[in-house]
Design a protein around this ligand. Structure first.
Ligand SMILES: Nc1ncnc2c1ncn2[C@@H]1O[C@H](COP(=O)(O)OP(=O)(O)OP(=O)(O)O)[C@@H](O)[C@H]1O
Length: 260
């Protein structure tokens, strides 16, 4: 469970986050959405303890994030970030095994090896487990990184998974598969938080949506509560048509054509 209470973050006089509060239970997938510069990455960095704030509070499983060492956090929270620069070429399997580093000292156990195989299977990278990472396409590399973070918390039900634009660079099939995987991880008890640019993906695959604008919460709740024409107009400055009704299980939006 993640509780965020009145969280703010400033750089100089600029408030990047302003009084953000929300709660996410185990077994839930939260999508953070908002325009460029709205504060999504800033919030994710604070939730991962990549940055810290003096204003407000973040509780993980009821304990302040400040009470966890980074080493302890690494055993139950995993982060898929956007940049994956590797100076040395590793095989796919070696990279996925890195996800297990917080769990073993010298040699991976049979349990660790079973987990990395399962993570590679679930992300569809098992067939190139012996290939060198640098020889993979951008989308394939993204799936390998996803396998690594899943492996990290695979055996930690109640673990936390943070995904920064997980569908970036993926084709249509894998975009859906990655979000379905996020869904199934939430169903296993993980709390999953994704930054998504596609509002319709957020609506279809997340249980809760947090819509930010200029560091402030425009709306937080279920997709039906958050994805409305008024909220989208307020946050993105565009008019949309909402498609909802019996044929749609969740609200989907279609931007209206802009006529100059
Ligand atoms: N160190 C910093 N100093 C000053 N401004 C910063 C700093 N870091 C971020 N910002 C600004 O804070 C705002 C929020 O940035 P953030 O990266 O959180 O936005 P975002 O919602 O993730 O955007 P995007 O969708 O473009 O990735 C932006 O206007 C950004 O320029």
């Amino acid at each position: 469970m993640i509780q965020v209470r009145q969280l703010s973050y400033k750089v100089g006089q600029k408030k990047l986050l302003d009084n953000v509060s929300f709660t996410l239970g185990g077994g839930e997938h939260l999508a953070i959405i908002g325009a460029n510069g709205a504060g999504k990455s800033t919030l994710l960095k604070l939730l991962c303890k990549e940055m810290t704030s003096k204003e407000g509070e973040i509780l993980l499983a009821g304990r302040p994030i400040t009470a966890f060492s980074l080493k302890e956090l690494a055993t139950f929270r995993a982060v898929l970030s956007q940049q994956h620069t590797l100076a040395v070429s590793f095989t796919v399997q070696e990279i996925v095994l890195m996800g297990r580093y917080p769990h073993f000292e010298q040699q991976p156990s049979a349990h660790d090896l079973t987990i990395i195989k399962a993570a590679m299977e679930e992300t569809g990278v098992i067939d190139f487990s012996n290939r060198h990472y640098h020889t993979l396409s951008g989308g394939e590399q993204q799936r390998v990184q996803l396998a690594r973070v899943i492996a990290q918390i695979y055996d930690q039900p109640g673990g936390l998974l943070f995904l920064d634009e997980p569908t970036n660079g993926l084709d249509m099939l894998y975009q859906q598969q990655v979000l379905l995987l996020a869904r199934s991880l939430a169903d296993r008890g993980f709390s999953v938080i994704s930054i998504l640019h596609d509002v319709n993906f957020a609506s279809r695959y997340a249980d809760k949506v947090l819509l930010l604008k200029e560091g402030k919460v425009v709306a937080f709740g279920t997709p039906t509560e958050v994805v409305t024409c008024d909220h989208i107009h307020e946050a993105f400055g565009i008019n949309v048509t909402l498609m909802e009704g019996e044929n749609f299980k969740c609200p989907l939006i279609l931007p209206n054509v802009i006529i100059n």
